[in-house]
Design a protein around this ligand. Structure first.
Ligand code: ZN
Length: 244
């Protein structure tokens, strides 16, 4: 019984963060580190054209450990899951060298159908095995590309599906859901001060084209793809609000 109680307590104070190496998921990771005692991370290799993002993951984790000693001991195992099958079944601008355009249905052709659903199912399966009940993800429907699997109502349904399907009460936390990109930068500052803002600028990657040769005040990227535009606009809006 004691071990059962201990298991319950551990599940309540720990979480699995869906961590891509991008700006949003890095801020989610910081959010979880400030809130929980033990954190594990999971990332997905699905043949994304900006695979440079995956390369940023260990660097971000390393930088978090170094610059935030109070968080270092909380950072547990990091898992990378091969989902290259996603590239096999979907021809999109996210997984191939196609020009990024808005399709007739109003979605950019970077949309990979079912991507987040698959990510959350894999994360749920891992969390089940690792005794974790809380999944944390950077999905957001304020400043976003209109991906339907980033909407909270989709995630509510997925939470229910995972909980029923694995017979365990899963929670999907989305701390960025109702924040715009300027407020996301603000959250980074609230969580870890300028030190965290600098880490996000230097170490995280958002650009769809995988460009890490151009350095802007908001970080690295081509500066013109939809992901760079969102990141840049959010940064400028946030900087305009705070006194230098
Ligand atoms: Zn870009």
């Amino acid at each position: 019984m004691v071990s059962r109680e201990r298991e319950e307590k551990m599940a309540a104070t720990s979480a699995l963060v869906l961590f891509s190496g991008g700006q949003d998921s890095t801020i989610c990771l910081a959010h979880a580190l400030a809130r929980y005692d033990r954190i594990e991370t999971i990332g997905f290799d699905y043949g994304q054209r900006h695979s440079v993002e995956l390369g940023c993951r260990p660097k971000v984790i390393e930088a978090l450990r170094k610059k935030f000693p109070e968080w270092a001991d909380k950072l547990g195992e990091d898992h990378v899951c091969d989902l290259s099958v996603l590239g096999d079944i979907s021809e999109t601008a996210m997984t191939s060298e196609t020009e990024i355009v808005i399709s007739e249905n109003g979605l950019p052709n970077t949309f990979v159908p079912g991507r987040n659903l698959l990510f959350l199912t894999m994360a749920g399966a891992l969390a089940w095995r690792r005794g974790l009940k809380t999944l944390v993800g950077g999905m957001c429907e304020t400043d976003y590309s209109g991906y339907p699997d980033c909407r909270r109502e989709t995630l509510d349904a997925q939470e229910l599906t995972l909980s029923r399907g694995m017979d365990r009460p899963f929670t999907i936390e989305t701390p960025l859901m109702w924040l715009d990109k300027a407020e996301t930068w603000e959250l980074a500052e609230d969580l870890g001060g300028q030190k965290l803002v600098d880490l996000v600028i230097e170490e995280t990657h958002t650009c769809y084209l995988g460009d890490r040769t151009h350095r802007h005040e908001w970080g690295y990227g081509c500066g013109t793809c939809p992901a760079c535009e969102l990141r840049a606009n959010g940064y400028q809006k946030w900087r305009a609000k705070v006194p230098a």
